[in-house]
Design a protein around this ligand. Structure first.
Ligand code: NAP
Ligand code: ZN
Length: 346
């Protein structure tokens, strides 16, 4: 066991404060990572405020982790001390179910062990990346390519893979009309990926405030959803809509923007249920779907894709004592486009 500094939420909805936590000893297959950067995901805020239901406190959020290996267990084969690695939303899974065997560990039927707000195989609560060190099984880390600096790579471990995976699954590419709803942490990566995959990309944002950024990130078109004319003008336009919105969405309005056989995939995880009129689906054989992060092999593929295409997250690096302020700015949609904690300031 070793004691390391961290930033934690002591009780639901309370501000984060500096504390210390225990990390387990480095086991046979474990690596010890010195965390360099940790991204702030909107999911951290949902969980810190118990928006998704009962959570475990104290909570050390953070599942966009980038760092350097400083120690390896005796049976580790994939990594060596000095390697640059990332850890995303889960740190273990059953490894035996059909999904784990396919590298879809995020859909493990026995439930993946989440990086924080989870219980590990020893029955201990897990603590995330707002910390200086992390011990993890080598099979649940990915390699960060040399082309990517660690600060812009950190958000790829959640915001990156969460948008890359559905774009690949629903075949965003040349000849496809793709819309991204919400230009935040996930949304800005969705725009970059959809553009790099060759699709024609439209941003649907609450206002035109971030239009210049959206076009620079790779969008071909940019519309404000606060303008009623947007929904008339874009009716029946898209093959695929990726919603990254953290609040409940008017599904019928967005479904009306899909072509026949189009899909609206929700990666946003609002705290309230949503409802829809099934006529929005059946009249044009449309699909409403969801997608959660991505498995270890696809996360590695996404990082390699980023290296090959010169992609990373657009970030604002902050000190640990600015986390609470950053949370408020994320809640106000005032993030361009991911806050990343420099963990040396913890
Ligand atoms: P974020 O940076 O806050 O971005 C969300 C964006 O949604 C905002 O920037 C804003 O964009 C738009 N938005 C916010 N409130 C809205 C409202 N009331 N109505 C319409 N649009 C609104 O958050 P994020 O980190 O990208 O995460 C987005 C959501 O995805 C969260 O719910 C998060 O928990 C979830 N998530 C899911 C997964 C998964 O595996 N499925 C993984 C990570 C995160 P505009 O200003 O452009 O309108
Ligand atoms: Zn996340």
């Amino acid at each position: 066991m070793s004691t390391v500094p961290a930033y934690a939420v002591p009780t639901a909805k309370a501000p984060l404060e500096r504390t210390t936590i225990e990390r387990r000893p480095v086991g046979e297959h474990d690596i010890l990572i010195e965390i360099k950067y940790a991204g702030i995901c909107h999911s951290d805020i949902h969980q810190a405020r118990e928006g998704w239901g009962e959570a475990i406190f104290p909570m050390v959020p953070g599942h966009e982790i980038a760092g350097v290996i400083v120690e390896t267990g005796p049976a580790v084969t994939r990594y060596a001390v000095g390697d640059r690695v990332g850890v995303g939303c889960f740190v273990d899974s059953c490894r035996e179910c059909e999904y784990c065997k396919q590298g879809l560990e995020q859909y493990c039927v026995n439930g993946p062990v989440m990086t924080y707000n989870g219980i590990d195989n020893n029955g201990e609560p897990t603590y995330g990346g707002y910390s200086t060190h992390l011990v993890v099984d080598e099979n649940y880390a990915v390699r960060i390519p040399a082309e990517l600096s660690l600060d812009v790579a950190a958000p790829l471990l959640c915001a990156g893979i969460t948008t890359y995976s559905p774009l690949k699954h629903w075949q965003a590419g040349p000849g496809k009309q793709v819309a991204v709803v919400g230009l935040g942490g996930l949304g800005h990566m969705a725009v970059r990926f959809a553009h790099a995959l060759g699709a024609e990309v439209t941003v649907l944002s609450q206002s035109l405030r971030k239009k210049d950024d959206g076009l620079r990130l790779g969008a071909d078109h940019y519309y404000a959803t606060s303008d009623e004319k947007t929904f008339e003008e874009l009716a029946g336009r898209f093959d695929l809509i990726v919603s990254t919105v953290s609040a409940p969405l008017d599904l019928d309005a967005y479904l009306s923007l899909l072509r026949t056989d189009g899909t609206l995939v929700n990666v946003g995880a609002p705290e309230e249920p949503v409802s829809l009129n099934l006529f929005s689906l059946l009249t044009q054989r449309r699909t409403v779907a969801g997608s959660m992060i991505g498995g270890i092999p696809e996360t590695q593929e996404m990082l390699d894709f980023c290296a090959a295409h010169g992609l990373g997250a657009e970030i604002e690096v902050i000190r640990a004592d600015q986390i609470n302020e950053a949370y408020e700015r994320v809640l106000a949609s005032d993030v361009r486009y991911r806050f990343v904690i420099d963990t040396s300031t913890i």
